[in-house]
Design a protein around this ligand. Structure first.
Ligand code: ADP
Ligand code: MG
Length: 390
């Protein structure tokens, strides 16, 4: 535990690696608190870049751009777990970088992540690292208990991409070839009672504050709905928070961290960690005293963490690009803007659109959160609202 350093105060400039919606919410939170933000992202139209004080349009390994960021910013954070760890290490020579490279490196590689869980005695699904086809043929390495399993590429998978359900060794080999021999993990496919997540913030003194545990429903491998409070037993929700805190401590984590869990036959397993705010924590924008992005700013700047308590039940619904495509009578797809007036008509619904130019199937374009003291009614309202826009 390091001694408290002097906090970074407004109007300092903060650096953000990554310009997606998570970065955009960070920019908004930082602006609210009086900071300025520079965003580094290669995309000219990045959602965060468009509202930042400055957008450095460059690759994550463009060292001239990293030098500019380091010179212009008092501290740097990330919204994207696939920023090269070398980039974070490089920046850390000049400015505080939170979370640090070593923690991000663990979260961005499924082999490192699952090995970390195993080495720290944290419950997770049985797995094997797959470097070559021979690993899959080796019964000592890949036992029958791993089937049916899910083969996942170790790096750059998201929203269910880079994953294949495999029922046998032969299917696993075929899937591995399909992933072009990239390093993978093969993990046991669990029966899921349900999925929950914990978003927390940890400061440089090691103080940790958890947001209420969310229950998550996925569709086609992508988060669809988060429900808060989770319909898990209080005991499960609390143990998820304890496990998430243990992970943050073992990582020496500073910042906002998302931890995804499976509950299988009443047992809790960690699925994966995200070294950044998490989609399932978007409800905190509208339902909590402090939201996950403000916590990220606070942890980055060495400010005391805010109160994470929820002041209401909430249901968050992701809006994917799919709803921009309407089918006509002949089954042809037509691209059009959804009828947002339908959502604005619901008084306890908070709509957030990310300012992305073009919708694609499966692309996260926005979300909304229904705030209601009665969780069941929040879910009902949310489902009806979603149905009203496609
Ligand atoms: P991503 O990085 O795409 O979020 P995840 O590993 O979280 O990848 O997998 C996406 C979803 O697929 C999970 O939320 C869960 O619904 C399902 N899934 C993943 N791994 C397993 C598993 N071992 N057993 C059962 N379902 C799984
Ligand atoms: Mg996931």
């Amino acid at each position: 535990m390091s001694a408290a350093t002097t906090p970074i105060l407004p109007p300092a400039t903060l650096g953000m690696l990554g310009g997606g919606q998570l970065g955009r919410f960070f920019v908004a939170a930082a602006h609210e608190l009086g900071y300025q933000v520079w965003v580094l992202d290669p995309d000219a139209n990045s959602p965060a870049g468009k509202i930042a004080n400055r957008h450095l349009q460059a690759a994550y390994d463009d060292y001239a751009a990293l030098d500019q960021l380091a010179q212009g910013c008092a501290a740097v954070t990330t919204e994207f777990e696939n920023v090269p760890a070398d980039t974070l290490d490089y920046l850390a020579k000049f400015v505080p970088v939170r979370p640090h490279a070593a923690a991000v490196a663990i979260c961005q590689n499924r082999v490192a992540e699952k090995s970390f869980l195993r080495d720290n005695g944290i419950p997770h699904a049985a797995f094997a690292a797959i470097i070559s086809e021979d690993d899959l043929r080796d019964a000592a390495k890949v036992g029958a208990h791993l089937f049916p399993g899910i083969l996942k590429v170790a790096r750059f998978g998201y929203d269910g991409k880079g994953q294949a359900v495999v029922n046998s060794r032969e299917e696993a080999i075929a899937a591995f070839q399909g992933f072009k021999g990239e390093t993978c993990v093969l993990e046991q496919k669990l029966h899921l009672d349900y999925e929950v997540s914990v978003v927390l913030a940890r400061d440089e003194q090691g103080a940790t504050r958890c947001f209420p545990t969310a229950e998550n429903i996925h569709r086609k491998g992508i988060l669809d709905i988060s429900i808060v409070p989770a319909r898990a037993t209080a005991c499960t929700a609390n143990s998820a928070q304890e496990v998430a805190e243990r992970i943050a401590e073992k990582l020496g984590y500073i910042g906002t961290l998302g931890v995804e869990f499976f509950i299988s036959r009443g047992q809790l397993y960690v699925n994966e960690m995200a070294p950044r705010p998490h989609n399932s924590g978007h409800y905190t924008l509208d339902a909590c005293i402090t939201n996950q992005f403000e916590q990220q700013v606070r942890a980055l700047c060495g400010l005391p963490l805010g109160e994470p308590r929820a002041h209401s039940a909430a249901v968050m619904v992701n809006l994917l690009g799919d709803i921009w495509f309407e089918k006509d009578a002949d089954g042809n797809e037509r691209y059009r803007e959804p009828d947002w007036a339908k959502l604005y008509a619901v008084p306890n619904l908070k709509l957030h659109l990310y300012g992305k130019h073009h919708a694609r199937h499966g692309r996260k374009m926005g979300h909304f959160t229904v705030i209601d003291a009665d969780p069941a009614r929040a879910l009902e309202t949310a489902r009806a609202a979603r149905a009203s826009v496609g």
